[in-house]
Design a protein around this ligand. Structure first.
Ligand SMILES: [Zn+2]
Length: 157
């Protein structure tokens, strides 16, 4: 099946951590990531951070694995591709304020976990007023999305 995967960008990397608060502090203070709102439907402890156009998801949970996650424009198409290639996957749905996100997970030949999602459905809402750097600052579409805030961000860089 010669199907071009409908992937858009790397959405996040996810690490299983021993202490969420300790790791949040590390990614905020050392690398300038900003804590953002995490869907309330998760049943395990964790935190979401964002900056530079990428998310870092921290998980404090025994049953999950470190993974990379790609934003996908057509999850159904990619599922069909995996099925055609005989690659097993598991699915999950995450929900926040009535917005649902589909995720599916599978492993590469070395056992590393890969996630495909439409996480960009969820707005990135900072938990503090720390400024974030978005990629492609001069993109007119981003300017229309972030308006005055973008100007402020640019002058703070
Ligand atoms: Zn993930």
């Amino acid at each position: 099946m010669s199907l071009t995967p409908p992937l858009l960008n790397l959405n996040h990397v996810s690490f299983v951590v021993r202490s969420v608060s300790r790791s949040v502090k590390f990614y905020e203070e050392v690398l300038g990531f900003v804590s953002v709102k995490r869907p309330s439907s998760f049943k395990f402890h964790g935190a979401w951070l964002y900056n530079y156009g990428i998310g870092i998801h921290l998980l404090q949970c025994n049953s999950l694995e470190n993974h990379i996650s790609f934003q996908c424009s057509d999850i159904y198409l990619l599922k069909r591709k995996l099925e055609g290639m005989g690659i097993e996957y598991v699915t999950a749905v995450v929900e926040e304020s009535g917005i649902e996100v589909d995720q599916f997970f599978f492993h590469d030949p070395d056992g590393y976990m890969v996630e495909i999602c439409n996480c960009d459905n969820l707005p990135v809402i900072p938990l503090s007023s720390c400024p974030m750097k978005f990629p492609y600052m001069k993109d007119p579409m981003l300017s229309s999305l972030y308006g005055d805030k973008l100007e402020k961000l640019l002058t703070n860089l």
